[in-house]
Design a protein around this ligand. Structure first.
Ligand code: C5P
Length: 243
């Protein structure tokens, strides 16, 4: 075993459930079309803000759950702990695997108290945050985003979160710092040749070899000429990584 493969996820997750396709589309009908096109190539979906604003988010979520799909509700909750706890209490009847909550120790504690069977994924530091944003938020010069990511991931785990959302480039350090039980979910996944606005990217194989438990893939599937073929190619890679 190489030092890279030693970071491979040890969670008991069927390989096909390690691919989470982002339904980044404007309407439930667009989402249904994409889900139908993907068929059995994808069994886990992330529903984010764009669909939330369409107004039919939860009806679609229930429909997908009823069809046997696993769900990641990317709601990125953040408010005073009391309000986040109450929101989680309303949400926990949904059949979903993951819900995102922005970091804040007391906010995450409130979310975890009310989560029921939902897995809370902490958003530690948004990947769009750079040094200037940290200064603007009041952090002293010299505090790096990566350092905050590791500290917050450790704290989120202590609080009882199921996992964190992280750049694939941060996954290895998080895994080393927090251990195998914290789920690491990595967006920013690209086939080797892609060029778009994501900067901190990795291929599916590299993300898993860095310790990711799940990968979130949006545009490389949604915008492919053959979305199902693109998803199946990623599934083949995942099957070979976890063979
Ligand atoms: O199209 P792409 O594969 O970049 O989509 C990635 C998905 O993951 C999007 O839904 C995006 O909102 C989400 N995401 C991200 N970076 C984060 C957190 C979430 O790209 N740090």
């Amino acid at each position: 075993m190489t030092s890279e493969t030693s970071l491979l996820s040890t969670r008991a997750v069927p390989p096909r459930e390690r691919l989470i396709a982002a339904l980044d589309v404007p309407s439930p009908d667009d989402a249904r079309r994409l889900v139908t096109a993907l068929g059995d190539a994808v069994c886990f979906y992330k529903l984010g803000f764009e669909l939330l604003m369409s107004g039919a988010y939860f009806a679609l979520a229930d429909e997908l759950a009823g069809a046997g799909k696993k769900l990641f509700l990317d709601l990125k909750l953040y408010d005073i702990p009391e309000t986040v706890g109450r929101a989680m209490r309303s949400l926990r009847a949904r059949r979903a695997q993951f819900v995102t909550v922005h970091y804040g120790a007391r906010v995450l504690e409130a979310a975890c108290r009310e989560r029921g069977e939902l897995g809370i994924l902490a958003v530690t530091v948004l990947t769009s945050i750079g040094p200037d944003d940290l200064r603007d938020l009041g952090y002293p010069a010299g505090v790096a985003a990566e350092q905050l990511v590791i500290e917050r991931a450790r704290r989120a785990f202590e609080i009882g979160c199921e996992g964190v959302v992280a750049s694939p480039l941060e996954a290895a350090r998080i895994r080393a710092a927090v251990g195998p039980k914290l789920a690491i979910v990595t967006p920013g996944i690209r086939p080797a040749t892609a060029a778009d606005d994501q900067r901190r990217v990795a291929t599916p194989r590299a993300a898993f070899e860095s310790g990711a438990d799940y990968i979130v893939v949006g545009r490389p599937i949604r915008d492919a000429v053959d979305p199902r073929g693109a998803a199946l190619a990623i599934q083949e890679t995942i099957a070979s990584v976890f063979a």
